[in-house]
Write a protein that binds this ligand. Structure first.
Ligand SMILES: *[C@@H]1O[C@H](CO)[C@@H](O)[C@H](O)[C@H]1NC(C)=O
Ligand SMILES: *[C@@H]1O[C@H](CO)[C@@H](O)[C@H](O)[C@H]1NC(C)=O
Ligand SMILES: *[C@@H]1O[C@H](CO)[C@@H](O)[C@H](O)[C@H]1NC(C)=O
Ligand SMILES: *[C@@H]1O[C@H](CO)[C@@H](O)[C@H](O)[C@H]1NC(C)=O
Ligand SMILES: *[C@@H]1O[C@H](CO)[C@@H](O)[C@H](O)[C@H]1NC(C)=O
Ligand SMILES: *[C@@H]1O[C@H](CO)[C@@H](O)[C@H](O)[C@H]1NC(C)=O
Length: 468
């Protein structure tokens, strides 16, 4: 193991203040937990402080020695916490509503554990977010899973369960962040064949982010995003056609009250696009189409991001938007929906049933109102989110209850690392806590052993456990 950098209290303090400055200008989430799992020291990534889950445990509960930790250096992907039995993190939630949850996984070479034995399920509250998951492959880049979870309790519980006794679960880092209230509104348009109807209750759905794409532009990293998201270029999904071109806008995006906010999409996303342009008297009879592979059997939320950064004046841009070949938005007049301001962002949410083709195809095309010598279609960004099944499943076949039953109570010892932060950056602390609501539907969780702290070393694991 390498020698690791340790922060003095003083430098930690400066760091916290500077990151507070950077982010207080925009969105400051009430709940903001960044956890560097299995690490003995905190890690700073893009000005964000990921606190070690180990260093914040009250010392009398710290049962494993740091030499057992699975880590290489001080970056979040070079350490992991490994669980060979069901274990959970409990986060106090002060701001109920939608929480953004990001789980970071990366297998790495370790003499202490064999990542071939990683196979596990992950629950976030009652939602099954991953099942039979292996955490990616050793040679590949990190896997980041992102969810938007509706929370109406005071706790958010992330449970890791090995798929079998011979397997283990792991995680490298966890983010739990309050989402801005305007990020997921309650109503979208349900595109059902050629009918478009209201879809209500969106804010009560758990969502998994499948694709987040910056159309016509470069990758946007968490450093440059208002909510620390990653937006990838659209090239792999775009069916290339001659008449479309990329546009880039050097000016300021004009965010308006009532329009898409800076948190819905940052400058870097709205400032680039692909457009269909007519340079002569005829309007091109073409579609710009993007194809996204999806898993059947789920509903999907599709968010189109538009911002007219290409027209020379207002009132010239009209186009149609299609989802899976169905007309979702006819004669979209971007000047009207963005309050007659150019370069002002707008987004539209649609819900569809993932069809049998395994692909969502999204198109933008000139409409009957499109004009010659003008821009006749535009798209700046798109997000596709998988919606939980009514049983709470976002992955696999089994619901929460059945997954918990796969670990009989006698084999069960739970880890309670309650992470509570009053001031996240300075005083984040971890302590054990009584099991509480949110788990009451499950037999497996209702009668837990209430005695010994326990550490298990079958896999050379490091675990924190404690009195319930
Ligand atoms: C990990 O181990 C494999 C084979 O055991 C080796 O091919 C690979 O280069 C190693 N990766 C790193 C990053 O050391
Ligand atoms: C942030 O965005 C700027 C300008 O768009 C770019 O030059 C810079 O490389 C980006 N930084 C990161 C870390 O992505
Ligand atoms: C208009 O321009 C397109 C290509 O930009 C071309 O294919 C088309 O033939 C032109 N139409 C006329 C009427 O000139
Ligand atoms: C564009 O896509 C829509 C929906 O799939 C289709 O109805 C229309 O014919 C397409 N237009 C062209 C020119 O391909
Ligand atoms: C465009 O106009 C034609 C002719 O009026 C009509 O048949 C067609 O349905 C219209 N297309 C759309 C997408 O509104
Ligand atoms: C995991 O895979 C096994 C074997 O393929 C299957 O029986 C089990 O139902 C799966 N578990 C979940 C939670 O999907």
């Amino acid at each position: 193991m390498e020698t690791r950098r340790t922060n003095s209290a003083f430098s930690l303090c400066l760091l916290s203040l500077s990151s507070l400055c950077v982010f207080s200008l925009s969105f400051s989430p009430i709940d903001n937990y960044l956890v560097d799992c299995g690490s003995t020291v905190d890690a700073t990534v893009d000005n964000r402080l990921f606190v070690s889950d180990l260093s914040r445990v009250e010392s009398h509960l710290l049962l494993a020695s740091s030499s057992r930790s699975v880590q290489l250096s001080d970056r979040i992907y070079d350490s992991a916490r490994v669980f060979d039995r069901p274990s959970r993190y409990v986060f106090n939630i002060r701001d109920q509503g939608t929480l953004m949850v990001r789980l970071h996984f990366r297998q790495f070479n370790s003499s202490k554990i064999d990542f071939d034995d990683a196979q596990f399920h992950v629950l976030v509250n009652k939602y099954v977010v991953l099942s039979n998951f292996s955490g990616g492959h050793k040679m590949s880049s990190p896997v980041v899973k992102e969810y938007l979870i509706p929370v109406d309790t005071e706790k958010l519980v992330i449970t890791f369960l090995p798929a079998k006794k011979s397997k283990f679960a792991f995680v490298n880092a966890i983010e739990v962040i309050s989402a801005p209230k305007d990020l997921i509104l309650d109503t979208a348009q349900f595109v059902n064949g050629d009918k478009v109807e209201n879809f209500d209750g969106l804010s009560k759905q758990a969502l998994e982010v499948m694709y987040r794409v910056n159309v016509g532009g470069p990758k946007v990293t968490p450093f440059n995003d208002t909510l620390w998201r990653t937006w990838v270029p659209d090239d792999p999904f775009f069916r290339s056609i001659d008449v479309s071109k990329r546009v880039y806008f050097g000016g300021r995006i004009k965010y308006r009250d009532g329009g898409a906010s800076r948190e819905v999409g940052p400058n870097n996303v709205y400032g680039t696009a692909r457009v269909i342009a007519s340079t002569n008297a005829s309007i091109p009879n073409v579609n710009m189409t993007w194809d996204f592979p999806v898993i059947d059997g789920y509903k999907y939320l599709i968010r189109f991001h538009f911002c007219d950064i290409a027209s020379i004046s207002l009132g010239l841009l009209y186009f149609n938007v299609y989802v899976n070949g169905n007309l979702a938005y006819k004669d979209l007049d971007l000047s009207f929906v963005s309050g007659y301001v150019l370069a002002s962002p707008f987004y539209a949410d649609f819900v569809v049933d993932g069809d049998d083709l395994g692909v969502l195809s999204l198109s933008v095309a000139p409409s009957n109102k499109s004009m010659a010598y003008a821009i006749d279609g535009i798209l700046n960004g798109v997000e596709i989110m998988k919606m939980n099944k009514p049983t709470g499943i976002l992955d696999g076949e089994l619901c929460e209850g059945l997954i918990l039953q796969s670990w009989p109570r006698s084999n069960t010892s739970f880890l309670f690392a309650l992470i509570a932060a009053v001031c996240v950056l300075l005083s984040l602390s971890v302590f054990t806590h009584k099991k509480r609501n949110g788990m009451k539907n499950s037999v497996a969780w209702s009668k837990l052993p209430t005695d010994v702290p326990e550490v298990d070393s079958n896999h050379g694991n490091q675990q924190i456990s404690g009195n319930l």
